[in-house]
Ligand binder design. Structure first.
Ligand SMILES: Nc1ncnc2c1ncn2[C@@H]1O[C@H](COP(=O)(O)OP(=O)(O)O)[C@@H](O)[C@H]1O
Ligand SMILES: [Mg+2]
Length: 376
């Protein structure tokens, strides 16, 4: 995709790589410190400009408040020609969605590593009264070193500043949204994030979302399912997990009340898996290997794609150069032709005028000669 890259003083844009529903993310080099950064640019619609700028500013402020290893770090928010750019730490790796797409059955160690790190990030946000509100695999990054980082606090809320909202302006990805957000009077609280985490855990184990929007389904039908369907983690999960499912099931409870102690249970479940299945070994080597293998494959694939693209671009620019030269030559020939025609026209005009003058001169001469002869 060819788009105009922004020019941001002090940064050199290297690549455009991340796309969300509302923004585009660039990989850039911060020249003063010679380090890679991610630059988030909003896909701004003029009418919504102020609202969008407010949103990015809020995201920056929230990230600045959260200083945790499992949450993306923000460096700055800058404006170029009224356009805001959020400068963040760059996570060299993949999203949890990409990880899921390439992993058929998650290993116990990867499961524990990933979930534990997401939980640590969420707990840190909640401790600071921040509700993420859009937790989903696309907003969770895994670095090549196996470190998990939550990103995209674009619609995050500060607790108690937002208690209710209508479905009409309800943001977030519906499949991961908690059922209480679909009630007539939605309840916005940390437990919304706990439900989304439950959906992510389910998807990691079962390879599909617990409640999906089907193509032929109406919104009402989907909401009804959200409000009534019980999600059964135990019976859908792999055998090794079944005895631990009860510790995680609470995250997926339909009501806020049932979900209250879900995080404690989940932490107990993780400890039990570590003790019984991993013998206290929760080193992140496994996940690190998986991610870097995927990243390397991806990089090779991207390079191959880039090579094809650059070959195409070279061919295209050669063709453009040839067409340009032909057009310039045509323009020159055309101009010369027009100049010749005009010059010829002017020349003919001058000749005709000269002949007329000559004729008049001759007439006048004849006239004078006749008068002279008449009176002499
Ligand atoms: N700091 C970062 N490092 C690496 N990749 C990132 C970073 N921030 C975002 N991304 C990538 O860009 C995508 C879009 O960013 P996100 O903040 O989720 O935007 P949106 O609000 O539009 O969803 C993410 O899904 C992720 O793939
Ligand atoms: Mg996102």
């Amino acid at each position: 995709m060819e788009t105009k890259k922004p020019e941001i003083s002090g940064y050199e844009i290297i690549d455009e790589f991340g796309y969300g529903g509302m923004s585009k993310v660039y990989l850039a080099k911060q020249l003063s410190l010679n380090r890679n950064v991610a630059i988030k640019e909003l896909l701004i619609n003029r009418q919504e400009y102020e609202e969008e700028v407010r949103r990015l500013k809020k995201e920056g402020e929230i990230l600045a408040k959260l200083n945790h290893k499992n949450i993306i770090t923000v460096f700055d928010l800058i404006f170029i020609k009224d356009r805001p750019y959020l400068i963040e730490e760059y996570v060299d790796g993949i999203t949890l969605r990409e990880y899921m797409n390439r992993t058929n059955e998650i290993g116990k160690q990867d499961f524990v590593n990933i979930v534990k790190q997401i939980v640590n990030g969420i707990e840190a946000a909640h401790k600071n009264d921040i509700i993420h509100r859009d937790l989903k695999p696309e907003n969770i990054l895994i670095s090549n070193d196996g470190v998990v980082k939550i990103c995209d606090f674009g619609i995050a809320s500060i607790k108690n500043k937002l208690s209710t909202q209508s479905i009409a302006n309800m943001a977030g990805t519906w499949e991961y949204l908690a059922p209480e957000l679909f009630e007539d009077t939605p309840i916005v609280c940390e437990l919304n994030d706990v439900y989304s985490l439950g959906c992510i855990i389910y998807e990691l184990l079962v390879n599909k979302k617990p409640i999906e929007i089907n193509n032929d389904e109406t919104i009402i039908g989907f909401i009804k399912k959200k409000l009534t369907k019980e999600i059964d983690l135990e019976n859908n999960s792999p055998d090794w997990f079944k005895s631990y499912a009860k510790y995680f099931q609470k995250c997926l409870s339909r009501t806020v009340d049932q979900r209250k102690d879900a995080m404690d249970n989940l932490n107990k479940g993780i400890s039990k898996i570590i003790k019984s299945e991993l013998g206290d070994d929760i080193s992140i080597t496994n996940i690190k290997n998986t991610v870097s293998i995927i990243s390397n494959q991806e990089k090779a694939y991207i390079k191959e794609k880039d090579d094809i693209v650059s070959e195409k671009i070279i061919k295209k620019s050669k063709a453009i150069k040839i067409i340009k030269s032909i057009l310039i030559i045509c323009a020159i020939i055309g101009s010369i032709f027009i100049v010749i025609v005009i010059a010829n026209y002017i020349y003919q005009y001058i000749i005709e005028e000269e002949e007329l003058i000559e004729k008049e001169k001759r007439l006048e001469f004849n006239f004078r000669t006749r008068i002279i002869l008449k009176y002499s």
